[in-house]
Write a protein that binds this ligand. Structure first.
Ligand code: ZN
Length: 202
């Protein structure tokens, strides 16, 4: 029960029209680069992996790629949802849009809540990079598995106890292949990811 296709959190989905294409343009630009690198994609089993999000400026809300979109080459506004409320204690969130938010939205939210200067978060899967960087960059506990409140707690702990703010990357110790980067904007989060991938994951 650790794969990305299984949503463990409680999600309240308010169906709504897609956001304007102009809003998701920057997200899609980076999402495409990561897809081309194989960092976002789909396993042979048909389960998608990887997701990307962007804070709505000046709010605690963010726009994130939708559930089960990993394998789709080109996303449109139909594939993005807005996360409007997050409750880490209850492991629940509210999202608005034409699709349900990614099953890893709680972890994205933990990054936004930990550092208000963060405006973009990227999550990818890459086994080679994961193995190379495990415990070499800030790493969440191996006990905390994907999509759990413990994972969100671990992310918040890293922001208090490690140099993750400077590194802008962490390994998800209990989510094999899982890595996250973040930044003040998508260019920063994306560049950090591609730089580590070039060196350790390619
Ligand atoms: Zn994942």
């Amino acid at each position: 029960m650790t794969n990305d296709g299984y949503i463990k959190f409680n999600i309240k989905w308010i169906k709504a029209k897609p956001l304007p294409e102009s809003v998701i343009r920057e997200l899609n630009k980076w999402r495409r680069k990561l897809f081309d690198a194989g960092l976002i994609g789909m396993y042979e089993s048909g389960i998608g992996f990887g997701n990307i999000s962007m804070r709505i400026p000046g709010t605690n809300e963010f726009i994130i790629s939708g559930s089960a979109t990993g394998g789709i080459e080109n996303l449109t506004a139909e594939h993005y949802a807005r996360v409007t409320e997050v409750d880490h204690e209850k492991n629940s969130l509210v999202c608005v849009g034409p699709i349900k938010a990614s099953s890893e939205s709680m972890t994205h939210a933990a990054v936004y809540d930990s550092d208000h200067s963060v405006n973009a978060v990227i999550h990818v899967h890459n086994l080679r990079m994961w193995k190379m960087l495990l415990d070499r960059v800030p790493t969440t506990s191996k006990e905390a598995t994907y999509g759990t409140p413990e994972m969100a707690e671990e992310v918040m702990r890293l922001f208090k106890e490690s140099d993750v703010k400077e590194k802008k990357i962490f390994v998800m110790g209990g989510h094999e292949e899982g890595l996250m980067t973040f930044g003040k904007d998508l260019d920063e989060a994306g560049s950090v990811m591609l730089r580590y991938w070039e060196e350790f994951g390619k």
